[in-house]
Design a protein around this ligand. Structure first.
Ligand SMILES: O=C(O)CCC(=O)C(=O)O
Length: 299
């Protein structure tokens, strides 16, 4: 599925679309389980450790921006992560048999207004000792120009880390007026449900609100070559862990292969996601609470 041409395209552009990453049966199961989670979120009135609620959420009309850490919420998501086709895509694109999960998330854009994700580079949130890190996003719905597809700038993964600060804090979003934001080159990643987008950790990307009548749900697995070790002070799970806890945690995240004790240090541009914004609990809250300027604001 991920042949030489796709690897070359991924290396050149910093993104690609992988067709048929899950079978039709698995896709049906993913939709059913995810639909059950969204329905169950109707009993929740505040974002919590599982659900990130979107504006307009109610018991009768549940609207989520995200199901957090889906691989910990239901065995099906973990099974998909370790399925042969996903493992093949991860090991081929990362170029190593040793792969570690950094995080997972299931982003939901409900019809008629599901939330935008402002332009950013994942690397600005979690720099590591090298940048062999990617996000694989499995499409639970058909993705088209109207329902908020992932947008990306080709070649941006080999360029600078743009400024991700606003009002003196980390904003998890670039300034849409940044001269290094080549918005005339934007490409939309679209295709049928069951396919997956893959983008490099330094690729500049975002997505517009879903103004269509069709939902757009994407199951993201963000994975590293296992010799990419997290830097102290990044956003995410490792802060405040003891040495023992960090080692156990990194081992528990291995998707395949082994955790090497020799981090590979590459000469990569790094900025730290500091100072911490008022709400650091998800990208949506980081971008909102920092007061980042929206590239997708509507009048
Ligand atoms: O869901 C999307 O369209 C983009 C997701 C993303 O970039 C993120 O959650 O960091």
């Amino acid at each position: 599925m991920v042949g030489e041409n796709m690897v070359a395209q991924y290396r050149r552009d910093g993104f690609a679309v992988v067709p048929e990453v899950v079978t039709p049966d698995t896709l049906d199961a993913l939709r059913r389980v995810t639909g059950d989670f969204i329905a169950a979120s109707g009993s929740v009135t505040q974002s919590d450790s599982v659900y990130d609620l979107d504006e307009g959420h109610s018991a009768s009309s549940p609207r989520l921006t995200r199901i957090k850490l889906p691989h910990q919420q239901h065995p099906l998501y973990q099974q998909v992560l370790t399925s042969p086709s996903v493992l093949a895509a991860l090991t081929t694109l990362l170029g190593t048999p040793d792969v570690r999960l950094h995080t997972s998330k299931l982003n939901c854009k409900a019809p008629q207004g599901g939330r935008a994700v402002e332009w950013h580079q994942d690397w600005a949130f979690y720099p590591h000792t090298n940048d062999d890190i990617l996000a694989l996003g499995i499409w639970l719905d058909d993705v088209n120009e109207e329902n908020g597809p992932l947008l990306a700038i080709p070649g941006s993964h080999t360029g600078p880390v743009l400024k991700h600060t606003a009002n003196g804090v980390f904003s998890g979003a670039i300034d849409p007026g940044d001269p290094d934001f080549r918005h005339s080159e934007v490409r939309a990643l679209t295709g049928p449900a069951g396919s997956a987008s893959v983008h490099h950790v330094r690729t500049l990307h975002g997505s517009a609100p879903n103004l269509s009548a069709q939902s757009r749900r994407v199951l993201f697995f963000e994975c590293c070559a296992a010799d990419a070790w997290p830097l102290a002070g990044i956003s995410g799970p490792y802060n405040g862990m003891s040495q023992e806890a960090l080692y156990a945690d990194l081992q528990s995240r291995m998707v395949c292969g082994a955790l090497p004790l020799q981090p590979r240090l590459e000469s990569v541009p790094v900025t730290m996601p500091l100072p911490v914004p008022p709400d650091n609990s998800s990208i949506f809250k980081v971008q909102e609470s920092s007061g980042a300027t929206s590239a997708f604001a509507r009048d």
